[in-house]
Design a protein around this ligand. Structure first.
Ligand code: UD1
Length: 371
């Protein structure tokens, strides 16, 4: 019998940890033939190559090499190039993850060729349409046939948008599968709880000089309580070059042996395991990333999200996360509570247990069962 061909897509950094566990399960299932496409939305060694290796992902069968560009140019390049791959491979299913431009572009190319699409991390909504990711989420979910959700809000959102219940499968969080798998490889650290970790890269926070200055004010104030490691995405790095010099900001390549309070250490993008280690042992994380909100909740590390909304509300209602916007006083007050050990009690959301990809495969097996 001909195996079922599953064409999986990765494009940008947050896709790798969501897709790796599913690829691992597909490789073990003889009824499926797994083909991997890397769109090249992220292309640097530090944003892509090192993640493929650390997560033990297979070498992509196709590299589309679309690179950076405006939203329209990037999305259009993926659309055109991914359509050619679909015509060549003729997959039975295309699997996309998350909310990046590659997610939407590949889903759109596939459905126009009448190839069914499965969306990992479906149903999340920030209800803020100024976020490019929110548009990608809404549109991808509206054309995908199989919607794999990570949390209760995703199921409720899809129901409200009129998606049929039989299309929606609550499987849990495949990104947490990657954490669980790599947890044992983490090396211990002496400096547990003695520093703060920050990541900020959303256009809303870094693309205007005024907002980026507010972010830096927040991090500088926080550093008075504990040294801050600010891991910078290339987008943030580029914007920082246009800011006035700040003596408290110190550029380094790796965390120093003796970090000093009052300093914000600027680090380059870090490999998965190194970032995971810094996150695990930090006193608290300040971020505007979606994935980091979830990972800190899983790890039980307090998280302050420098946004007014989140598409991952279970990290706030159940987990360690709190939305603080760009409110410096609120951040200081929260950090003082955290450093006194009085942060809210938190739980890990249901099915964030390291077995989400197995549940994805169960659904795929049932869907493609030979008659
Ligand atoms: C993308 C995703 C965002 C995700 C983020 C994680 C969309 C709409 N956004 O945003 O949801 O949180 O990835 O990283 O898809 N660059 C490099 N090297 C690279 C890739 C990018 O230097 O490998 C630089 C380029 O100058 C580029 C800028 O980073 O212009 C932004 O990259 P881009 O892919 O446009 O969006 P992200 O901000 O990374």
């Amino acid at each position: 019998m001909r195996p079922v061909t599953v064409l999986s897509v990765v494009g940008a950094r947050p896709n790798f940890m969501k897709m790796a566990p599913v690829l691992r399960q597909l490789a073990r299932a003889p009824q499926f033939s797994s083909v991997l496409v890397h769109t090249g939305q992220h292309y640097d060694e530090s944003m892509s190559g090192v993640f493929l290796r650390e997560l033990a992902m297979p070498e992509p069968d196709f590299r589309l090499e679309v690179g950076s560009g405006t939203h329209a140019a990037q999305t259009a390049a993926v659309l055109q190039r991914f359509e050619l791959v679909c015509l060549d491979v003729k997959p039975d299913l295309v699997v996309v993850a998350g909310d990046v431009n590659s997610t939407l572009a590949c889903a759109l190319a596939a459905v126009k060729l009448e190839i069914p699409v499965a969306h990992l991390e479906a149903g999340l909504r920030s209800f803020d349409r100024r976020m490019p990711e929110e548009i990608n989420r809404i549109l991808t979910d509206s054309i995908a046939q199989l919607l794999f959700t990570t949390e209760a809000s995703g199921i409720a959102n899809l129901r409200r948008e009129g998606v049929a219940a039989e299309q929606v499968h609550f499987v849990g969080n495949t990104m947490i599968d990657s954490l669980v798998l790599c947890r044992d490889a983490l090396e211990p650290m002496d400096a547990v709880g003695s520093y703060l970790l920050a990541t900020v890269h959303r256009p809303a926070n870094v693309d205007t000089a005024d907002h980026l200055a507010q972010v830096l004010d927040i991090l500088e104030a926080a550093s008075a309580l504990a040294p801050v490691y600010f891991v910078t995405h290339p987008r943030t790095r580029a914007r920082l070059a246009h800011q006035a010099a700040r003596p408290r900001l110190v550029q380094i390549d790796a965390p120093p042996a003796q970090p000093e309070p009052g300093v914000v250490y600027l680090l380059p993008p870090l490999p998965y395991l190194e970032f995971f280690r810094l996150m695990s042992y930090s006193a608290a994380v300040l971020t505007d990333s979606g994935g980091v909100q979830e990972e800190t909740t899983f790890l039980g590390v307090p998280c302050l999200t420098l946004r007014e909304n989140t598409e991952r509300p279970s990290t706030v209602t159940l987990g360690t996360n709190e939305l603080v916007g760009l409110d410096r006083e609120r951040v200081q007050a929260c950090l003082e509570t955290i450093l006194c050990g009085r942060w809210k009690a938190a739980a890990v959301p249901p099915l964030w247990d390291g077995h989400a990809a197995e549940r994805v495969l169960d659904v795929l097996r049932a869907r493609f069962r030979p008659d």
